[in-house]
Ligand binder design. Structure first.
Ligand code: MN
Ligand code: MN
Length: 287
């Protein structure tokens, strides 16, 4: 018999003390520019996680044996700067306690405090958008500026995959600053694996992975704040996760907007997170 939804991520039955992975949600979407609603994603992703088997056949691993704790949702402020500070405080504690945080967004602006507190060598972003605007909607902390802030304040060891949208200014900035990004067209033409082999050398030993769900084609993931056609496939994204899981020390899955689909996007988000937990655990067991 399948378990029923109990308010936390499926198989997240560990205590905080024993946990290696800590899932938490941030129901925040105040700077969303086109359509809001990613605040509902953390619960939708948790609910969707109960559809799946405990057993992961690819890694021959029972997810119920992995120590995962679900900390629930942060009760964040409406203002973006206050919300980011709250995420920062929480994330700092998780890293200090040796946990691997898995954040369920919420919008993409939330990635900044996650990266800032991680002490990570490199950042890998999956996104349809460059997110390199100097500011947007009157704030430098908008979701459309998140990669710009990371590059300016945290690290320039950075790569983005799935890109197909940005202003002329953003593309110019990316070229001038020699920012590493791969379009979704390039992934389709050349395949994801050669690109990962190429990035592997560029990125450092530890990686923070941010998955903006709009990296995926809206045909696969329609429940988005800013859907952008001609995107990545679920197989591409799963390959990125499997490939880099041994080096990933923090993960977020952001921008799912559940009211614009019939659960497909939340289901995909939940599945990708479960795949990450399995891949990361498998890598630790082999060490
Ligand atoms: Mn984004
Ligand atoms: Mn995006």
């Amino acid at each position: 018999m399948r378990p029923v939804y109990q308010g936390w991520f499926a198989d997240a039955t560990s205590s905080y003390e024993n946990a290696e992975y800590v899932v938490f949600g941030v129901p925040f979407d105040a700077t969303s520019s086109y359509r809001t609603g990613s605040r509902w994603a953390p619960q939708a992703i948790r609910e969707a996680s109960y559809n799946f088997e405990v057993y992961n056949p690819h890694y021959d691993l029972e997810l119920s044996n992995v120590p995962v704790y679900d900390a629930g949702n942060l009760d964040v402020e409406v203002g973006v700067e206050d919300a980011l500070l709250e995420v920062e405080t929480f994330a700092r504690r998780l890293y200090k306690d040796g946990k691997l945080p898995i954040m369920l967004g919420g919008e993409h602006s939330l990635t900044y405090p996650m990266v800032k507190t991680s002490g990570v060598d490199s950042v890998l972003v999956l996104d349809a958008h460059l997110d390199l605007r100097e500011e947007y909607g009157g704030t430098r902390w908008n979701h459309a500026s998140v990669s710009r802030r990371i590059l300016e304040d945290v690290t320039n060891s950075y790569a983005s995959i799935g890109v197909r949208s940005g202003s002329k200014k953003e593309y110019e900035y990316a070229r001038e600053e020699e920012i590493l990004f791969y379009s979704s067209d390039k992934v389709r033409d050349e395949g994801i694996k050669p690109i990962l082999e190429e990035i592997k050398e560029t990125l450092g030993d530890t990686i923070y992975l941010s998955v903006d769900m709009d990296a995926l084609d809206p045909g696969f993931a329609p429940g988005l704040g800013t859907p952008e056609p001609f995107g990545l496939t679920p197989w591409d994204v799963r390959e990125v996760i499997r490939f880099f899981a041994p080096r990933i020390i923090g993960l977020d899955v952001v921008e799912t907007t559940p009211e614009y689909d019939n659960g497909e996007t939340a289901s995909l988000a939940a599945k990708l997170i479960r795949e990450f937990i399995a891949a990361s655990t498998h890598a630790k067991q082999r060490r």
